[in-house]
Structure formats: C-alpha cells, structure tokens
Design a protein around this ligand. Sequence first.
Ligand SMILES: Nc1ncnc2c1ncn2[C@@H]1O[C@H](COP(=O)(O)OP(=O)(O)OP(=O)(O)O)[C@@H](O)[C@H]1O
Ligand SMILES: [Mg+2]
Length: 476
Amino acid sequence: MAAVANARPSKEFFVGMLTRDIDLQDAILDLIDNCIDGVHRQIAKRPPKDRERPFKGYHASLNISKSTFSISDNCGGIPRTVAEKYAFRLGRPADMKAEKLPTVGLYGIGMKRALFKIGRESSVTTNHEGSIFRVAVSSDWLDDDDDWQLPITNLSQKTAPESVRGTHGTYIQVNQLYSGISHDFDNQKSQFLLRLASTISTHYSFIIQKGFQIQLNGEVIKPAVLGLLQSDPKMPKDQRIDPFIYTTNRNGVDVDLVIGLYRRLPTPEEVEQELEGQGATGNKEQCGWSVICNDRVVVYSDKTRLTGWGEAGVPAYHPQFIAIAGMVRFHSTDAGKLPVTTTKRGIDASSDLYLTVKDIMREGLKHFTNFTNHWKLDTKQRDALIQSASAVKPFSAKLAVKQGEWSDVRKGLGGKKFVPNLPRPPKTRDDKVSIKFRKPPNEILLVSEFLFDRDDMSPDSVGEACFDRILARASK
Ligand SMILES: Nc1ncnc2c1ncn2[C@@H]1O[C@H](COP(=O)(O)OP(=O)(O)OP(=O)(O)O)[C@@H](O)[C@H]1O
Ligand SMILES: [Mg+2]
C-alpha cells in the first residue's frame, strides 16, 4: 500500500476556481498590463530619450471577434528561461527575484487566468531578442490531470507568425472560445467591446498619454483626459482658483494627490436635473476621485465612502459637487507596496498607506465642497472666477506652486501640501444673520421707555435699537 495520499489538484477544478471570480474585462486588462510591464523592462535597459513620452513606439493590438481572441505587442517578448521556469507556472515561485521596476505583475497568474477564462485552446508566441518560440495550451492538456507541463516549440523567422517576425514582442491567440465569452465578443449581441474600449481609455489614460498605443479591432484608443482648473499666478491671491495638492514619499512609495475643479459650477437647473436623473449623459462621469497605481487607474471617478465621501464630516456626493475631481497617484518600484486589490482593479481599502492618504483626500475634498457651498448662486462673478482659470494636467499643477506657498505635513506620512486660498463671495445684504435672545417683559418695557419714551415698542425694535446704538459707538 502507498504511504502517501494523493493531493494533486484536479485541473478542471483548479482552472474553474482560478477563472470563476475574475471578470472577463479584468482578465483582458491583465494581458495589457503584461505588455506595459514588458515596456518597463525594455526602457530599463534602454532609457528613452523623450522623458515626457517614455512609452512612445510601444503598442498592444487586440483583435477580438466571436470566434477568436488575440493580442500582440512589441514590448520585448518573453526570455526563454523566464518561459521555461516561471511565466507559465500557476503562481509566482517564492525564489523569484524582485525586479525593482514600476511594474504591476505580482502573483504570477494573470496571463494564464486570462487564457483559461477565454477559451479552451491558446498559444503564446514570442520573440525575445531573436529567440522565437511558442507555448501552446490545448484542450487535451486542460483535460489531463497528470500533465502539468506545456510544450515549447522553437520557431524561425520563416515559421513565426507575422506579428512577431521582425518584432521583439509577444502574440497571444485564444481559440475554441467558451460560448458565453463568444457572445460577449459579438458586437451584434453585446456591448462588451464598447465598454472595453471605454475602460481602456480611462484605465490606461496616463499610459497612453506617455506614448503607449492600444488598438482594439483596428481602432486606436484615445485616452480620457481631464484637466484641473488653475489660475494664472498673476491673478490676485484672493481671486484664484487653484487645486489642493499633497505630495510625499514614504517607504519607497511616491504619493501625489491633487483635487480641484475641472469645469464650471453647475447651475441650479442642472443640479435639479441631475437629482431627477435627467442630467446630460456623461455629465458626472469625470467627477469624484480616481486612484492611480504605477500609472494604471485602479479606481475611476469614485463618489463613495471608499474615497472619503460621506464620512468624517465630508458630505456625501450630491450634484452640487459635480465640478470636483481629484486624483491620487501611488508609484513604487515594488508592486507589493501598492494599495491595490489582488485583481488590481480596485483599491485595498484596509491598507494603512491608503487609509492615511485618505485623511488628506477628505481634507482636500472638504475644501472644495465648502467652496461650492459658498458659491451656490449662479452669479456673473462666479462665472468670471472660473473663466479666469485654465485647465492644466493634474499632476503638473504643483509646478506652479511657489516655494513659500507649501506647508509641511507633520502627521501621517509627512510630506508637504498646498492649500489654496479659495475666494469667497462678497458679503451682500442677504448675508444678514439673526440675533436671538430672551429677556423678561418688564425689562424690555423699561428699555423701551428709556430709548423711545414709550413702553409699547415691540421686543424686536427694542433689541435692534440697542444693537444700533452700540454699533454706532463701536464704529467710531
Ligand atoms: N506580453 C508580455 N511581454 C513580455 N513578458 C510577458 C508578457 N506576458 C507575460 N509575460 C511574462 O510572463 C510572466 C507571467 O505573466 P502573468 O501575468 O501570468 O504573471 P505576472 O505578470 O508576473 O503577475 P500577475 O499575476 O500579478 O499579473 C510575466 O511576469 C512576464 O515575465
Ligand atoms: Mg501579469
């Protein structure tokens, strides 16, 4: 009798578990993430000349139809040893060295999970510095519990598919699509590809702005760009609209936060329409907080407690705040330090780093919700203020802040912040407030006689006359 019990995983169960909880869209984004991680490895070897657009010249092209899925890139390819030892393992081995690059790959699962999610037959063909090979996953392999190895086939320039022939890059193809996936990929039956295009344009907005190109079925995807209003530094200090900014570096993570206005404040009619759900489409899409980890937008335009709305003295989202947008960026060469969830499409709300930054997010947000409270009335002056400011790239806003305008942050993660001195509307007659107090009737009567030589004046008039007398003396 054998002295061991068989604990080998059943492949069907394992693959099922792996793919069950991942959304199809997130699985595809994992493949795009791998391309961008590839670019980081490339530019670490050959630093780009254009520092503003370091990803220029690199691309990922997706071709998706109801019968097949493919993604090809020119991001350097997979080295042979990496393919043999690591890239196809289900989970990153413990002895793998950290790369010290601003990548997001961490668990060693993304690529395989995406392939298994989409179809029963796939292949990864890659050209790394001229070494070309293919790793194939067949449906027979998926059915075989005993086979945990994948064949590698060497290819030559002649036999390689065109997309990796003269290019150092990777070509992934998936066939035998699962029927639900095939349905989602069918433009006639589903909106999936439209949604995917829009998610790519928001989630990779910074990466695309840095020069990376993403194509979906031949269309180049444009980045969703948002500018924050900042006044010309020559404007008088008390009439400037500037974003609130915070920046720090702690334990190998750079944190940059910026929040401000990205459009004019809404008119009362607009607020009304939004409340009734009749607002223009896309109106409130950009407002709220976005969180960015190593250039990937992991939370987009959030208006919930996750980003500090409706807690600790900050009002819950309301259309009055539709003009407010904020962004927090975390950057690290150690992906494990980023406060992202395991799917990398959300923030780990319990991370200490995130919770500490969230205190500052709330402070900045409150600054702007208060501002909109003061400027609820749709006046010419309000319009003029907003028009005097122009849209700037959110993370460039700090360049306009002068040395002496920063203040040190002592608690939390330290660092420095710029708190804008936002304008208040001038006081008008309508700004009067009431003073209320209670006094015994006989005392009011006495004061009435003293002031007016009669004892039947109303308590209001008596109180007001007292105030006016003292005001006259105080103003001398
Ligand atoms: N398009 C690509 N270009 C270059 N290398 C790639 C590409 N796709 C995958 N790889 C290599 O394959 C490895 C495995 O990818 P996979 O997505 O499964 O895991 P990961 O990126 O390391 O971690 P995570 O599960 O967090 O994404 C990558 O680390 C990388 O070395
Ligand atoms: Mg990955």
